[in-house]
Design a protein around this ligand. Sequence first.
Ligand code: URA
Length: 438
Amino acid sequence: MTATAEAPPVFSPYELIHRKRDGGRLSPAEIEWFISAYTAGEIPDYQAAALLMAVFFRGLDADELAAWTRAMLESGEVLDLSEIPGPKVDKHSTGGVGDKVSLALGPLVAACGVTVPMIAGRGLGHTGGTLDKLEAIPGLRVDLGVVAFRRQLAACGVAIIGQTREVAPADRKLYALRDATATVESIPLIASSIMSKKLAEGCEALVLDVKVGKGAFMKKVDDARVLARTMIGIGRSMGRPVRALLTAMDQPLGRAVGNAVEVREAMDLLRGAGPTDLRTVTVELGAEMLVLGGVASGVEEGRARIEAAIASGAGMECFERMVRAQGGNLSGLPEADRVVPVLAERSGFVQAIDAEEVGLAAMALGAGRRRKEDSIDPAVGFVLEKKIGDPVERGEVLGLAHVRDRPGSEGPLRRFMQAFTIGDEAPGIGPLILERIS
Ligand code: URA
């Protein structure tokens, strides 16, 4: 008998859907086959949508989830950064309003000796995206190819780029299908989607910032905790240590919400100024990254090293190097035509600021996208003058709107104003770092 190459297994999509629908398990081989056949266009959308809906209701156990994530990860290019010396650690945030942490965090961590290979995303709806913020810097490119990405990591210790078409193509296809079939809000599907992309970029360890609250994907701490634990479990199954912080997203993080305005605020932080909440989240995430990278023995030492990189200006120097390497010119950050104060209609204390509403108001000004194909205006946005707990007088400035000279900004300004709840009592202020999970 002559030896022949073993043919890949072929399963029945119908049988897999049927079994998952009834609460059964799929084997790793079945999952691997399904994901790769769907990515190759050999399984129609209607059968993939049916399996996604079955997973939405029945979930995936730990072995299924590991196989699902691995299949998505291996559907495309998996970067090997082993030739770059030293630890490689990244951070992922589940997204919020005013979350410009990555812009300062990447350079700060790199300045402390840990390489940060970051593949980031764009904003959609009320949440902003790191790539859009970076692209507010004139000339800055986020579409570096893999060769330039590696070169920059070796030279600067940090690069922030967009997802290439080669990374996790299964996720791109499955995510679009989930978006159209109401199957996005499934913890195993979210966790495998995020982790397949993050693990493809060549990091050895990962810190997660799982946002919780009105402005976040996860509205409840319990759900955020399950998501964090699920992603940590996936990391463990692939031998990559993952730690998570659950952080509050009940009001925008920091004061700036937009693109150029957020870059300015991230630079303020790197110069040792900037809002306290932004600094706290950045320092805490940075400390965890240094611990995972093995350059700090504990969170305490990690914090001190990040603070030192702020105080010495080493983080700022690294940020400037990263911007230059990606073609950006910091002297030309775009400015809006006008800065318009938004005034309080009553006196009292700021009791709540609906982060989602602030994000939507910024989107309506032009700072964000309603649909993926929309373009954004990098100059517009809001800068909050008041945050939760601050006293306010009627007629005092709640925030500054950076707007264009064209009709139609009244609606977003009103929406921004109405995002504030002002009452007679000073509110209790909850913690910013809700939980640490490892
Ligand atoms: N972000 C992702 O990358 N994937 C999801 O499924 C949800 C949020």
